[in-house]
Ligand binder design. Structure first.
Ligand code: ATP
Ligand code: MG
Length: 335
């Protein structure tokens, strides 16, 4: 595979940037959408605290991590002391409450891998999934959001990569391809690796934010307003970064040995993590370390068939970026 690797980028690469930026602009949600989401969460919280006075609702996922396109569903986490009550009992109760308040399509999925209640708010049309005590997701949402504030190119790159992955059908964990969360981690890692670096490694810096969730210590530097100029010494355009991103995953990543790790700002070997062989259903064919749950490989959903699909898509994208006269059209061609 590596023999196909190209050494020279097309000379007109920077001129592709405006077309990608206009796609990015068409994907970002309007401010009023954020306000609507906030109002919905507040009204849901009112209903919840009537039953559980100490409970709190947090938004996580793409609506809160700044990597969400417009009209996305909202992911909500109900933080609650369970003492003795099972999650499914709480979810069933929650579904009853929501149903009686005229929310629509209310469904408790108590047997899902992550049990949730689904609902749709008829006044705004917003759909939302509520899970219980998934606080690590709330913390990793904040980490992603903090990274996004350091350099605007992260948000642009990640939007375009997510849009590509959705258009090409490689953003479906139930079919063995990667989650949006995994793609954002790949983008952060990639920008940490540019020279000069476009993003720092917040977890290697002095900790200004510290929480322990489910016995996992989450520590990192979160005063990101002080890092606004971090990437300024690197002036690579979005066109070039996209070219490099796909070239990296198509032709240069060491799938056999390397784990990408935004926690360390670099690479770890699979051997060191003991991710060299299949254990249960975890095959470790593409390895992306979770920044907090370090035993967790976001690539574990990928199997021997889907790794092929994924790598062929990276190659297709890399080749389009190199040779196509109009990459911003072909890249997103529905599969
Ligand atoms: P989309 O725009 O596709 O809905 P999203 O940012 O909501 O994207 P998801 O992959 O649906 O991304 O994940 C939602 C959130 O759940 C993530 O932001 C992350 O906080 C958490 N999450 C998802 N998958 C994992 C995982 N495998 N391990 C830990 N946290 C995860
Ligand atoms: Mg989501």
């Amino acid at each position: 595979r590596n023999q196909k690797r190209r050494l020279e980028c097309r000379p007109d690469i920077d001129s592709l940037t405006p077309s990608f930026l206009s796609i990015y602009n068409s994907l970002i949600p309007a401010e009023e959408e954020k306000a609507k989401q906030k109002r919905l969460i507040l009204s849901l919280e009112k209903l919840v605290v009537k039953e559980w006075p100490d409970a709190k609702l947090y938004i996580y996922g793409s609506c809160a991590n700044s990597f969400g396109v417009s009209n996305c569903d909202i992911d909500v986490c109900l933080a609650i002391e369970c003492d003795g009550t099972s999650k499914s009992e709480i979810l069933t109760k929650l579904a009853d409450i929501l149903q009686s308040e005229n929310l629509q399509n209310v469904q408790a999925l108590t047997h899902a891998r992550v049990p949730i209640v689904k609902l749709m708010d008829p006044t705004t049309g917003i759909s939302c999934d509520i899970c219980i005590n998934n606080l690590l997701a709330v913390v990793n949402t904040k980490l992603l959001k903090d990274y996004a504030q350091i350099d605007g190119r992260l948000r642009q790159l990640a939007f375009i990569v997510k849009h590509w992955a959705k258009s090409r059908g490689v953003n479906e964990t139930y079919r063995g391809t990667l989650s949006s969360y995994a793609y954002v981690l790949m983008c952060i890692h990639f920008l940490q690796q540019r020279r000069p670096a476009i993003l720092p490694c917040l977890q290697e810096m002095e900790a200004t934010y510290e929480v322990t969730v489910d016995e996992v210590e989450c520590l990192y530097f979160d005063q990101v307003e002080k890092l606004k100029n971090f990437g300024a010494r690197n002036n690579e355009s979005i066109g070039r970064l996209l070219w490099e991103f796909f070239d990296y995953w198509a032709y240069r990543h060491d799938y056999a040995n390397a784990v990408i790790s935004i926690r360390t700002g670099g690479f770890i070997s699979k051997r060191e993590k003991d991710w060299t062989r299949r254990i249960g259903n975890d095959r470790h064919l593409i390895c992306i370390e979770d920044p907090f749950e370090v035993s967790h490989d976001l690539g574990r959903v990928v199997d021997k068939y889907s790794i092929k699909v994924l790598r062929e898509e990276f190659e297709r994208a890399a080749d389009i970026m190199q040779y196509d006269p109009n990459p911003s059209v072909m890249l997103f061609e529905p599969y």
